[in-house]
Structures are given as structure tokens and as C-alpha cells.
Design a protein around this ligand. Structure first.
Ligand SMILES: Cc1cc2nc3c(=O)[nH]c(=O)nc-3n(C[C@H](O)[C@H](O)[C@H](O)COP(=O)(O)OP(=O)(O)OC[C@H]3O[C@@H](n4cnc5c(N)ncnc54)[C@H](O)[C@@H]3O)c2cc1C
Length: 541
């Protein structure tokens, strides 16, 4: 089946939904999402959104903190633009119905939290359910908008570009290209539909599932970055993977994050013997930037052989802790830890992709009619290391700018330029009798990425990982074209591409900066590496 719409939005997190609501005033929008609509990274965000709303805070300070965290690679014009637009976007969310927490004094002022790397309290939050509250409000609006069609359980397989010809095993793409839509698998019926569009937005979120341990939900398999790369778009800075220092350590607590805001309220990291170790690593101690804290924990664990470290907030009033962190408190309690009485066991986990599809200040990629916003994009805001709670902010600001630009582009965009799109060619028609190939390769990629391309890297481990991924890619490739596609296979193909790109970026960058740390090059090298790592798929003629 073919759908013709003005705008195709892939992803239902804060980026996709905000964009959809804005462009829907000007055209028909199809919003597709691969599972239920609320299953997004956005929905799990606890801490909040960084923005300058406090009396003693200033744009200059937020800009300075962001640049410091980004370790030389942030684009200053992008940082200034995002920081200055923040308060307007927050007020817009509030006008749409998002109820952020007010301060404890009973005034109507917003309660602003503090997180690592911020010099002031500036994190706007809704308890510790910030993402969920935003997601609900945006989704309700999208569901009730007459110009928006929401397609749940629809997974985008590949972008369709003007020059794309899907042959057996080869996708060719010219670099000056035009996006005409996407092939999308409806997972409940196993049919692949063609969405023909004037403008396409990738808002597919992050790629935490490339790693064995991650704070991200299962949907975070880097699909947008992989699809854009396959279509010939530029991608950048994928070696900068942020590992969150504190995920709950429990065999059944899949992906549960203990927000940085807990350290912001005074929690201290201690080892099994109760020793507070952050003073050995950074003058800011427990409020050092995430990469410093994650590396410190990694070092402590490698040194001691322990399974986890602990986050201790028992010195604070029990009522304060359970009221400030109701979600975290309840979750820990359900796994047997009362955080008001005992330290929480924690480990680091892959959390956020600073790199992604390279875009300009309006969220435009270098393929015409293709935009990318949110975690899937690389805007230049985060540089080599994202400052905490700057990502929801970035998604909001860029969704707004991309929507304004896309609406302007719509007037001059002719659907017919793309002509009739070829229907999806189901090359492999047999159902797989060896699903084990998919599950084995999933596990293998995630494990070697954790062990070889994790928090601390070395040349030897990176080359080992490169060798592994080359072999796995060959296997996936053969399998992909022989059997009928499934969502597992689509995601496997995408995490393999992401793994390959992260490894490539990490091998190319011969220094340590921000989130990328290589023991062979422990220092930063501004002479050669004060630049982005930009990759493009080689042209296959
Ligand atoms: C536990 C946790 C806590 C966090 N806390 C904070 C915080 O306090 N502050 C902050 O600023 N940031 C936080 N972050 C990061 C932030 O939540 C994300 O960066 C942000 O929500 C990303 O939004 P997004 O719209 O780009 O993507 P997402 O919200 O991840 O949405 C992606 C969407 O794309 C869909 N999708 C993916 N691939 C396909 C496909 N092939 N076809 C169709 N649909 C697809 C997914 O199903 C999903 O709907 C946190 C992240 C996590 C995981």
C-alpha cells in the first residue's frame, strides 16, 4: 500500500511529536513509531530540561557550562542559539499543558534542580517523571489532531531517495540527493508500505542498545542514523557515546537509571567498603561531569573486581528523598533497596549518543527534504560530551526550527519530482528457519561493544572489534537478502551499522577528548583533532 502525505515523521519522542504538532497546521502528517507510541527514550527521562529561568542564572553561564562539557567540539553559535531559545520553548510546553514542579516554598516559581557540570540550578522538572509527563501531553495533542495520522507498530526499514535503487544486496545513493519517503514494515500484518512524502523527519532517538548495558529502552537501536547513512547522508561524532555513571545494579532491573539529580541533592558514591572515592578523581567530586564519574567507577570496579559501587543519600531526611524522587524511591524499593536507609547499588551504562546525522541549524541533513532532530541528529550542541539535561532542550529547540523551515520548504516542494516510487521488493521470500543467527549476532555485538569499545578504549581492542563487526556484517547481509524481513532483523542490521560507525570514529580519533578515551592517546590533541569525525557511506555505483 502507498500513502501520500506532506510530512512523514519517524519517531514519537519529544522531537517527533513537537515537530508533528507544529507542521500539522500546514499539511497532512503521518507519524510512525515502531512500538506503542509512548515507548521512547523521552518517556524515561527523569531529571528534566536545562534552561535559564533562575534569578541568579544567565545565558552566558549556561553557554559556558555547555562549552566546558563539550571539551572543544561544541559549535558556539549553536550553543548560544539553543540556550537563548530555551525559556521560550519551556513556556510553550507549559502552555500546551505540561505541569512542571513548583518550588517547595509554595510560590509559583518553578523548582529548579542542579545536575553535574551545571554551575547553577536550572533543571526544570516534573518530579522525577519529567519525560513521561511531557510525552503524555504531546501524545494526547497528536492523537486528537485532525491532520495527524499516528501509525503504531510501524517500523521504518529504509529511506527512499531519488537515486535509490534497491538491488539484491546493494543500495546505491548519489550524494546530492533527495528524500522521497520511506519503506515501512507494519509489524502486526508483516506488510511493507510505501510512504511517499514531500518532507521526511528522522526523530528516531538514540542507540543505547548497541551496548550490553544501557539505560535506554529496547527501541533505541540507532535506526535513523543507520538509515540516513545507508541513504548517503553525512553522520558525525559517533565515537562520543555517553555512559551514565549510575544505573541500578540488579539482575532484574533492566535499564533503570538513577538520575544525576540524586547526586545533585547530595548523594555520594562509595565503594563496597563505604569509601567515598570521587575525591580521588575530580575537584567537583560527585558533581563532576558524567564522563569523569563513569570512568572513575569503571576504574574502581576494574581495580577492586567488585560488581558495583553504591550511591548513598541516607544522610538526607527520608521524607525529602521519597518526595523529591518518588519514582526512583519506589523502583528501588521494589528491588529490595530502601534508598532512605541504605546505599543504592549502581553501575555505568550506555546512555546517550552525542553524534548522529549531521544537520545544519534548522535540522536539515545534506539530503534534500530530509530533516533529523533530537538524539538521532548531530547539531554541534553537545560537542564531545553532552551537558546533563541539554538533550530534551536540544530536541525542543530543533523541532521548532525544523518545523518552521519545513513549512517554508513545503510551499516550493513538488511531490511529483520523485515520480512513482517502486513498491518494496521482498527479495527474500522465505521465513527464516534460523532465528538463532539474529539473536546470536545481537548478543555478540552488544557484548564486544561493551568490552572493546566501552568507557575506556585501546587500539588493540578497537581493531579486534573492527574485525568482529566486519565478519558479522557479512553474515547479516547474506541473511538480510535471503529471508523475509522482521523487526528483529531490521534492528540487528541497524545496530551492526551503528557499531561499525562507532568503531570507525573511535579508530580515527587518535586522542582522548570528552567521552572518547583511548589509553594509547590519553591526552587531548588540539593541533589535529579540534574537529568533528565525519563519515559518509562510500558511493556504490
Ligand atoms: C533513562 C533516561 C533518562 C534520561 N534523562 C534525561 C533528562 O533528565 N534530561 C534530558 O535532557 N535528557 C534525558 N535523557 C535523554 C533524552 O531522554 C533523550 O535524548 C530524548 O528523549 C530523545 O528524544 P527523541 O525524540 O530524539 O527520541 P526518543 O524519545 O527516543 O524517541 C524515538 C522514537 O523513534 C521511534 N523509532 C526508532 N526507530 C524507528 C523506526 N525504525 N521506525 C519507526 N519508529 C522508530 C521509537 O520507537 C521512538 O518512538 C534520558 C534518557 C534516558 C534513556
Amino acid at each position: 500500500m502507498q500513502y501520500d502525505v506532506d510530512f512523514l515523521v519517524i519517531g514519537t519522542g519529544i522531537a517527533g511529536l513537537t515537530f508533528a504538532l507544529k507542521v500539522a497546521e500546514f499539511g497532512q502528517v503521518a507519524v510512525i513509531t515502531k512500538k506503542e507510541a509512548a515507548e521512547t527514550n523521552t518517556n524515561y527521562a527523569q531529571g528534566g530540561i536545562a534552561s535559564v529561568l533562575g534569578k541568579y542564572d544567565s545565558f552566558e553561564l549556561h553557554v559556558r557550562d555547555t562549552l566546558q562539557s563539550g571539551d572543544g567540539l561544541c559549535k558556539r553559535d549553536v550553543v548560544e542559539m539553543v540556550v537563548r531559545d530555551g525559556p521560550t520553548r519551556i513556556r510553550e510546553l507549559m502552555d500546551w499543558g505540561v505541569a512542571f514542579s513548583r518550588d517547595h516554598t509554595g510560590s509559583l516559581e518553578l523548582d529548579l534542580g542542579l545536575e553535574g557540570g551545571h554551575s547553577h540550578k536550572r533543571i526544570v522538572h516534573a518530579g522525577d517523571f519529567t519525560g513521561q509527563v511531557i510525552e503524555q501531553v504531546l501524545l494526547e495533542r497528536v492523537r486528537s489532531h485532525g491532520n495527524i495520522g499516528l501509525f503504531e507498530n510501524h517500523i521504518a526499514v529504509d529511506l527512499i531517495t531519488y537515486s535509490t535503487r534497491v538491488k539484491r544486496g546493494t543500495v546505491t545513493a548519489a550524494h546530492e540527493d533527495l528524500c522521497c519517503g520511506a519503506y515501512v514494515l507494519a509489524t502486526e500484518t508483516n506488510e511493507v508500505h510505501t510512504f511517499r512524502t514531500k518532507l521526511t523527519l528522522l526523530a528516531t532517538g538514540g542507540a543505547g542498545k548497541v551496548y550490553l548495558y544501557t539505560s535506554n529502552p529496547d527501541v533505541a537501536t540507532g535506526d535513523g542514523i543507520s538509515m540516513a547513512y545507508r541513504a548517503g547522508a553525512l553522520v558525525a561524532n559517533l565515537e562520543f557515546v555517553q555512559f551514565h555513571p549510575t544505573c541500578l545494579y540488579h539482575p532484574e532491573a533492566k535499564n533503570f537509571l538513577i538520575s544525576e539529580a540524586v547526586r545533585g541533592e547530595g548523594a555520594i558514591l562509595v565503594d563496597l567498603r563505604g569509601r567515598a572515592f570521587m575525591k580521588d578523581y575530580d575537584s567537583k567530586q560527585d558533581l563532576a561531569c558524567r564522563d569523569v564519574v563513569a570512568r572513575a567507577i569503571d576504574h574502581e570496579l576494574k581495580k577492586s573486581g567488585d560488581d558495583c559501587v553504591f550511591l548513598d543519600i541516607t544522610h538526607k531526611e527520608a521524607d525529602f528523598v521519597s518526595e523529591r524522587f518518588p519514582n526512583i524511591y519506589q523502583k528501588c524499593l521494589s528491588f529490595g533497596t530502601d534508598m532512605t536507609k541504605e546505599p543504592i547499588p549502581v553501575v555505568p551504562a550506555a546512555h546517550y549518543m552525542c553524534g548522529g546525522v549531521l544537520v545544519d541549524m534548522d535540522g536539515k541533513t545534506d539530503i534534500k527534504r530530509l530533516y533529523a532532530v533530537g538524539e538521532t541528529a548531530c547539531t554541534g550542541l553537545h560537542g564531545a560530551n553532552r551537558l546533563a539535561s541539554n538533550s530534551l532542550l536540544e530536541a525542543l529547540v530543533y523541532a521548532h526550527r525544523a518545523a518552521e523551515k519545513a513549512v517554508k520548504d513545503l510551499q516550493s516542494t513538488d511531490m511529483e519530482v520523485c515520480g512513482d516510487l517502486p513498491p518494496w521488493d521482498p527479495l527474500g521470500t522465505a521465513d527464516s528457519d534460523e532465528a538463532i543467527v539474529v539473536s546470536h549476532n545481537w548478543d555478540e555485538i552488544r557484548r564486544f561493544m561493551w568490552n572493546y569499545v566501552g568507557i575506556v578504549r585501546s587500539n588493540k581492542r578497537l581493531l579486534r572489534a573492527q574485525h568482529r563487526i566486519e565478519n558479522i556484517q557479512k553474515e547479516i547481509h547474506e541473511y538480510y537478502w535471503d529471508f523475509r524481513i522482521t523487526s528483529d532483523l531490521i534492528e540487528l542490521r541497524n545496530i551492526a551499522t551503528l557499531a561499525e560507525l562507532i568503531i570507525q570514529g573511535a579508530i580515527l580519533r587518535k586522542e582522548s577528548r570528552g567521552l572518547h578515551y583511548n589509553i594509547q592517546y590519553p591526552e587531548k590533541d588540539d593541533r589535529f583533532w579540534l574537529k568533528d569525525t565525519i563519515l559518509r557511506r562510500p558511493f556504490v555505483g
